[in-house]
Design a protein around this ligand. Structure first.
Ligand SMILES: Cc1ncc(COP(=O)(O)O)c(C=O)c1O
Length: 477
């Protein structure tokens, strides 16, 4: 017979420990909300400090609730704090409350999205929502997709399908090819394209980097040049990856033109819309995605601009059944299904979390119009930010921002001095002013970057940031 303390680690199916479990959950929930509702008081990005290894020690016997809460208190205080509206550095949104609940419920249900038999309705939900998203992106009927844990996996699956489709090697292997396959993407595309090619046996060095223009968008003339070059070298181009919302500057490639080039050379056209895909919900800026409806595949992360808790990603295919033909591996322990394909057979994951629940609840809680307003709010903030930067002669913007991702820096004619000065500014903003802006390398130099995504960012907060920057510039020499 198990001891009650052990049993109380689980919810009894006949409710015998309901009040104990309820009390436990309430205590942890209260601690969590104490933190979340005061997160403006905590640094947006706590400094790394080495915690004594005893803190991480696996205990021999169970700890008390208080001891566990004490440990969690340390975790809260040391966590990246994107809830603070002065956390501006990365594409990390705060999760909508419904997406937090979706995560909580999905964990409690603990369904396995591997197969229809184990997750009958949730599989249908994922299948149905993915078709709706494909339609929102303008893909035709017959399109659809699957959900994955993060954008890197979404890009990987898209490129695997592209490779198998164009090179006809689903049941073969890359080594049987007489020529080297190559993929094209811009020199500012996300590293997951290179990572995918490394994993797929294409080789990371066979991702051909196309030049980007002054707005960090792919140069189509250079794309054509590079495709021609690769053909002359005897290599086999098979895919182009365009980006709708680059990681560093939020730039959107000229999708229509790239789609035409892909068609002309018979290449797979994938759009990494991991960030910018959220614009499907924007009335004012959806046109920036024009051409995405011509894509063979699209990857998109609701965990970013749709405010869904991490991880939550999807990959959509123009021809869903074509994707299945080029990807599906059946497993003997999954029952054959008549109406749906087991998701575990058609995604890079096997056992699969019901990420769909938090996405769906978030969509139910906000609706299309809620998302329209959130995205519009971000664009209003972008305009306020850009205007303030433009009236300061000592600042420059890296690009004319397409989205709410803005890269800027203090100008200096000496490149090393410029890097140093901006590094010092970033540190001053974090250590002394409670603002986190990130500092990516862009075209070889340090830039400061803000992602104006938190719904609690106000004009006043942006004003305060610029006042701090002004002070730094006046007092540094
Ligand atoms: C444009 C782009 N593509 C792909 C990714 C990879 O997504 P993930 O970090 O979810 O794997 C990112 C991440 O920021 C991204 O910005």
């Amino acid at each position: 017979m198990l001891k009650q303390e052990i049993i109380n680690n689980f919810v009894s199916p006949n409710g015998t420990n309901r009040s104990e479990v309820d009390t436990l959950v309430r205590q942890f929930s209260a601690q969590l909300f104490d933190f979340l509702t005061n997160s403006v008081e905590t640094s947006p990005l706590p400094e790394f400090h080495n915690v004594d290894s005893a803190f991480f020690q696996i205990p021999v016997a169970e700890l008390s609730i208080q001891e566990i809460k004490d440990k969690l208190e340390v975790i809260y205080k040391s966590s990246m704090n994107a809830a603070n509206p002065r956390y501006l550095g990365h594409m990390d949104s705060i999760p909508s409350i419904y997406s937090i609940l979706g995560d909580y419920i999905a964990s409690a249900l603990n369904n396995n999205m591997l197969s229809l038999e184990m997750s009958p309705l949730l599989t249908q939900l994922e299948n149905n929502l993915m078709s709706q998203f494909a339609n929102l992106f303008g893909l035709p009927s017959g399109s659809g997709g699957v959900m994955l844990s993060g954008g890197t996996l979404a890009n990987l699956q898209a490129l695997v399908v592209a490779r198998n489709n164009k090179l006809k090697i689903k049941d073969g292997n890359v080594y049987s090819l007489l020529q080297q396959p190559v993929v094209f993407t811009s020199d500012v595309a996300h590293v997951s394209v290179v990572k995918s090619c490394m994993l797929m046996g294409i080789g990371s060095s066979n991702v051909v980097k196309v030049k980007s223009n002054q707005n960090a968008q792919m140069c189509v003339d250079d794309l054509i040049l590079k495709i021609d070059e690769q053909i002359k070298l005897g290599n086999i181009p098979f895919a182009i990856v365009a980006t709708a919302g680059t990681t560093i500057t939020g730039s959107i490639d000229p999708l229509n033109e790239i789609a035409n080039i892909a068609k002309r050379f018979n290449l797979w056209f994938h759009v990494d819309a991991i960030y910018g895909g959220a614009l499907i919900f924007s009335v004012e800026h959806k046109n920036l995605l024009n051409g995405i409806e011509l894509a063979d595949s699209i990857s998109f992360n609701p965990q970013k601009w749709l405010y869904v808790a991490k991880t939550c990603s999807m990959v959509l295919f123009r021809d869903f059944s074509g994707m299945v033909d080029n990807f599906r591996i059946t497993a003997p322990y999954m029952k054959d299904q008549e109406h749906f394909i087991n998701l575990g057979e058609i995604t890079v994951q096997g056992s699969k979390y019901a990420e769909v629940l938090k996405l769906w609840l978030s969509l139910l809680g906000l609706g299309i119009s809620g998302y329209q307003q959130l995205i519009l709010h971000c664009y209003v903030l972008r305009d306020v930010f850009v205007d303030k930067a433009a009236c300061r002669k000592y600042l420059e913007l890296a690009t004319n921002p397409d989205t709410n991702v803005i890269c800027f820096r203090i100008m200096n004619s000496d490149a090393d001095q410029c890097d140093l000065l901006n590094e010092q500014l970033q540190s001053y903003l974090l250590r002394q002013c409670g603002f986190f802006v990130s500092m990516p390398k862009f075209k070889g130099q340090n830039w400061l970057r803000v992602v104006l995504i938190n719904p609690f960012i106000t004009d006043e907060i942006i004003d305060e940031l610029f006042t701090k920057i002004d002070w730094f510039v006046q007092n540094s020499n």
